[in-house]
Design a protein around this ligand. Structure first.
Ligand SMILES: *Cc1c(COP(=O)(O)O)cnc(C)c1O
Length: 381
């Protein structure tokens, strides 16, 4: 790996093709063992250069918005194209019905408002909220109090759902299949009465299927349980498709021996990658990404705080420890950066966007995209 890293221009996201294929094989095996259909949730990973590869293994994509839906329509042809939005705009929906085969509404009111626009060949679904939190709450919990994401049982009671062919729920985030199992219990208990009028159920995303130790057998049982009602089952993982399938490569620009008035010391390394611009989840979630060859804070001989090269004081990636001393120009690989980093990056401060490269299965590195000044300028006026 070090061979290609030496000559790599940073910052750069590097997709690990072998790891991506490995994940896709696991998801394809799930389709084969159960008969379910797996969709890529594009909001986690939209590097469309890989869509032809993704299309070899799974059934299609799902979109959270008009442009994702269009991207899949253009770049992953002859596959299923689903979309869900908390609320649709009429002009966008008119475009969506031409390019999507499944459209999921968030409320009976949205369905009533727009059902006349849905043609015969498009299957409409309703997102439900089973109101069962299986995670700690917070910004990633669609079952948090007063959530807008999906209709509660009380919100659909007495409403006309005629024409709705599927139910969709998405309540998990980076979870194992035990959380799905209890969620499914709740869904069947609350919404099982609706199953006879349906054609399909979509179990959403948040299933960490490709993480080591994930209980796939239990997931298969959940899928089989829904299929016993005679329904098709969809599952739409984002993370699991490209989990651990990419790095962000960065270089050390400067090393500052920070000494304060009180003699407190910290060695700061300023990188050409930024938490704020290139790995926003580090600040938003927040979490500290792993770096290849680094140990946890205090565990090695040399300790550093890695920071981005922006003006944001809080642009701090994390504290790390190494057995060797870092120098200016050294390169670092941040792990698990294919998901939710590339799709969320930005050019705050006029910082250039990382290039995109792929480490091919045969070990060769190929840069597939470079961004420049116009990518920054074009979206500002
Ligand atoms: C975010 C999201 C997904 C994908 O979630 P992951 O955690 O990346 O698997 C799937 N469906 C919906 C509706 C989502 O909002």
């Amino acid at each position: 790996m070090n061979k290609w890293l030496k000559s790599l221009k940073t910052p750069c996201y590097v997709i690990n093709e072998a790891a991506l294929i490995n994940n896709l094989k696991t998801l394809s095996d799930l389709e084969i063992s159960t008969g379910c259909k797996v969709l890529l949730a594009q909001k986690a990973f939209s590097a469309f250069a890989f869509y032809p590869l993704v299309a070899k293994y799974i059934s299609g994509t799902t979109a959270s918005g008009i442009f994702e839906a269009r991207l899949a329509h253009e770049e992953m042809q002859n596959k299923e194209n689903h979309v869900y939005s908390p609320a649709y705009k009429e002009d966008e929906l008119k475009e969506l019905v031409k390019i999507c085969d499944h459209i999921i509404f968030n409320s009976p009111e949205q369905w009533q408002k727009f059902k006349k626009l849905i043609p015969e060949n498009v299957s409409a679904g309703l997102r439900i909220n089973p109101e069962l939190s299986t995670q700690g709450g917070g910004i990633y919990d669609p079952c948090a109090p007063f959530s807008r994401l999906g209709s509660t049982l009380k919100n659909i009671q007495g409403k006309d759902l005629g024409g709705i062919e599927g139910l969709h729920f998405h309540t998990l985030c980076e979870q194992d299949s035990d959380a799905l199992e209890v969620t499914l219990d709740e869904v069947i208990k609350k919404f099982g009465d609706l199953f006879p009028m349906l054609k399909w159920v979509n179990l959403g995303g948040g299933h960490h299927i490709t993480r080591e130790g994930y209980d796939i057998r239990r997931l298969e049982k959940c899928i089989e349980r829904v299929m016993k009602y005679g329904l098709d089952v969809y599952i739409e993982p984002g993370e699991a498709v490209a989990l651990n399938a990419g790095w962000l490569a960065a270089s050390v620009l400067d090393i500052i021996n920070h000494v304060g008035d009180d003699e407190r010391r910290m060695i700061l390394a300023v990188l050409d990658a930024s938490a704020a611009c290139h790995m926003p989840d580090v600040l938003e979630m927040p979490y500290t990404p792993k770096i290849i060859g680094a140990k946890e804070k205090g565990e090695g001989k040399f300790n550093y705080r890695f920071t981005g090269n922006t003006c944001l004081a809080g642009d701090i990636i994390g504290d790390y420890s190494f057995e060797y001393e870092l120098k200016e120009g050294d390169k670092l690989l941040f792990c698990d950066m294919a998901i939710y980093s590339m799709v969320k990056n930005n050019t705050f401060n006029g910082i250039p966007l990382p290039s995109i490269a792929v480490l091919r299965e045969n070990g060769e590195l190929e840069t597939i995209k470079h961004f420049g000044y116009s990518d920054f300028k074009n979206r500002l006026s």
